[in-house]
Design a protein around this ligand. Structure first.
Ligand SMILES: N[C@@H](Cc1c[nH]c[nH+]1)C(=O)O
Length: 374
């Protein structure tokens, strides 16, 4: 009633689990050599709607500023970070970040990401590091049953090039491909070009599953060096991940971009229990063209809300409660230091005492302090 539709308050474990996930992320990122970056939550809309990024204004939380320019609440970290880093030296860089992103399409409008961006690293190094970092972070969170899905923008895009598609049809086809609507993909392709391409694209809808799909497509695409090169990249990445003990690997050769700026390999992490996407990312070299020249760039972002929902503290601290009054508070405060690595909560008798491992009461009788265990 007192909040705009979609906005919500959070309290208790929903908040503490999120912070716990964020703390673990920070530890892993810092230990792998990432520097930290933060950009403002309010940006110009054009940072995200320009032709290089091409995100949809309709999904952004926006208003006019006093000069009549549209400002938005950050809908995407990757684009903001590209803006912020556009004038940096051209040498390998690894950045990590965490915070809210806003999108009117999502329930709650505000959601939380923790992510990494890797710049000026040779091809495959950025992709592999992103995924190895994901593995290491998920392992720290105790999540081992997840799958990594690998795809690449160039497969679908090079097949579609053979069609003569207007902008609207191109978007319809992309959506049909994204939703894996095979009949619709076939029809749109048929109406805009040749039967051969329609058949190839329809088949690509099903090119989803274990890594062995690559072998099948190596046969199918014999002689098409550009496509074979992409398959080789996916295969090499899968091999690096498998040899490093990372999650179960899947490929989706028919995957289309979920964000307009991807320009190479794309990846997602799925939790096997729920099927939820817990991270998403890819290569996006062309995003930097807006700022004067492409840059080798890859990264990914974790959905902190999805991870927080799963989070369980494996070794929770013991909870000690000390019951005190204004007369015994100073003594109780000193008593805290006797309980190292514990949560020490000073409370009064009105507190709910059901949730502690130990309850003590400080009593003052005839000028003497006494500690009683309850
Ligand atoms: N910004 C992307 C994730 C990403 C980070 N770097 C590259 N991609 C997203 O929100 O899904």
């Amino acid at each position: 009633m007192f909040l705009p539709a979609g906005s919500r308050d959070e309290m208790g474990p929903a908040v503490s689990n999120r912070f716990a996930v964020m703390e673990k992320f920070r530890k892993v990122a810092v230990s792998r050599g990432y520097e930290e970056i933060s950009t403002p939550v309010v940006e110009y809309a054009t940072t995200f709607t320009n032709e290089y990024v091409d995100m949809k204004l309709q999904n952004m939380l926006k208003w006019f500023n006093s000069e009549g320019e549209i400002e938005v609440l950050r809908p995407d970290w990757t684009t903001s970070i590209a803006r912020a880093l556009s004038s940096q030296e051209r040498k390998p860089q690894k950045w990590s970040y965490q915070g809210a992103v806003f999108n009117t399409n999502r329930p709650g409008m505000e959601y939380h990401q923790a992510g990494i961006e890797i710049l000026h690293m040779p091809s495959l190094m950025g992709e592999s590091e992103s995924l190895l970092m994901a593995h290491s972070f998920l392992t720290q969170l105790g999540i081992t049953d997840y799958a990594i899905e690998l795809g690449h923008t160039k497969l679908y895009e090079s097949l579609v090039q053979k069609l003569d598609l207007k902008k609207d049809d191109a978007e319809r086809l992309r959506l049909a491909m994204h939703d894996k609507k095979q009949d619709e993909v076939y029809q749109i392709a048929m109406n805009n070009g040749g039967k051969e391409t329609a058949k190839e694209l329809a088949a690509l809808v099903d090119a989803y599953g274990g890594i062995e799909i690559i072998d099948e497509y190596e046969e199918r695409w014999k002689g098409r060096e550009d496509l074979l090169e992409v398959l080789a990249q996916i295969k090499k990445t899968a091999q690096i991940l498998t040899e490093s003990g990372s999650g179960h690997i899947l490929v989706d050769l028919g995957r289309v971009k979920n964000l307009p700026y991807y320009s190479g390999m794309m990846f997602r992490g799925f939790l096997q229990k729920t099927g939820a996407v817990c991270f998403s990312g890819g290569r996006y070299d062309t995003l930097y063209e807006r700022y004067g020249g492409g840059v080798s760039a890859a990264g990914l972002a974790f959905d902190v809300d999805v991870l927080a929902e799963l989070y369980r503290d494996e070794s929770p601290m013991k909870k000690v409660c000390i019951l005190a009054s204004p007369d015994t508070l100073v003594y109780a405060e000193k008593l805290r230091s006797s309980y190292k690595n514990c949560i020490v909560d000073i409370q009064t008798h009105e507190a709910d005492l059901g949730n502690y491992d130990k309850i003590l009461e400080v009593k003052l009788t005839d000028g003497k302090f006494e500690v009683l265990e309850k």
